[in-house]
Design a protein around this ligand. Structure first.
Ligand SMILES: C[S@@+](CC[C@H](N)C(=O)[O-])C[C@H]1O[C@@H](n2cnc3c(N)ncnc32)[C@H](O)[C@@H]1O
Length: 278
């Protein structure tokens, strides 16, 4: 695939061609993966286009390009994903953080700043991005509990909390939310629940944990079960990330008044549930 004497420039050209059949961002993917292999910033690649890869570097690059060609997401290859300007460790036990989830965290930080919020519960913390970035950027002292059904996801969340110096700020628990018996109600609940239709869990998504994504046939199984449970967990506010079109279902729920926050594409991406009716 790569000849013995490839430069940065020719390696990226070849890799981009290989990846063009699976990725609309083939060139960018090729650059990110080469900077990962060479342990250099992307800007270094630009200023060293004629640098010759040694045999070990060429071989390592070939391996990651083939993994990517098999649809493996870049974040699982590099074990890294940025979220809210912070670096998070990720592996295949957790969902890869999505940029849209920043909308939920930004709204949470606004609510925390303007309201009387002390206790926060996150349902399905995964890599811990929501709880960690909320704790990191909040000027208020918060008591945050973050739970997940997956022990291996929680190990990643704890690793991230440790790296960001947040070990004392967040209490992580391994539990199924539907078995969780709260001792109190929370001022704020944050959740990015599994909401993807099973038929859409293909290609890149098939690398991610099924129970982090699966919302069953129509995408709404988990959310439907969660709504009545949420009403036992807060009398105040819940912010929930949702999938495209799921606003129609949430608008008519019997438990909460619901408003929506749009993402950059104009899709209602976060539901803000307030005023529990019973
Ligand atoms: C969509 S992922 C969100 C991960 C992370 N909060 C994020 O935004 O990137 C959903 C998470 O919910 C967890 N989960 C699935 N079913 C659960 C359940 N019954 N109880 C608790 N957590 C659950 C999954 O393990 C997964 O980590």
């Amino acid at each position: 695939m790569f000849a013995k004497t490839e430069t940065i420039s020719s390696s990226i050209d070849k890799a981009s061609k290989i990846l063009s059949c699976i990725s609309p961002t083939a060139r960018l993917d090729s650059e990110i993966l080469l900077s990962f292999i060479l342990k250099k910033e992307k800007s270094w690649l630009i200023t060293h286009r004629e640098y010759l890869l040694n045999a070990a570097e060429a071989e390592a690059y070939k391996k990651v390009i083939l993994r990517r060609k098999d649809h493996e997401p870049i974040a699982y290859i590099t074990n890294k994903k940025e979220f809210m300007g912070l670096d998070f460790y990720v592996d295949r036990s957790v969902l890869i953080p999505r940029p849209e989830t920043e909308i939920l965290v930004e709204k949470a930080l606004d609510i925390i700043k303007s309201g009387n919020i002390q206790s926060v519960l996150e349902i399905g913390t995964g890599s811990g991005i929501i709880s960690c970035s909320t704790a990191y950027y909040s000027s208020q002292k918060l008591s945050i509990e973050a739970l997940d059904i997956s022990g291996s996801a929680l190990a990643v969340a704890k690793k991230n909390a440790f790296s960001l110096g947040l070990t004392k700020s967040i209490n992580f628990s391994e539990i199924d939310i539907f078995d969780f018996e709260p001792k109190k109600k929370y001022d704020l609940i944050l959740t990015n629940p599994p909401y993807v239709k099973d038929s859409e869990i293909i290609d890149e998504l098939s690398y991610e944990p099924f129970n982090a994504l699966s919302g069953g046939k129509n995408g709404l199984n988990f959310i439907t079960l969660l709504l009545p449970k949420l009403s036992l967990l807060t009398d105040n506010i819940c912010l929930m990330e949702i999938g495209e079109g799921q606003d129609k279902y949430l608008k008519h729920n019997q438990f909460f008044e619901t408003e929506f926050i749009e993402d950059l594409a104009g899709i209602n991406r976060v539901a803000m549930l307030t005023n529990v009716t019973y």
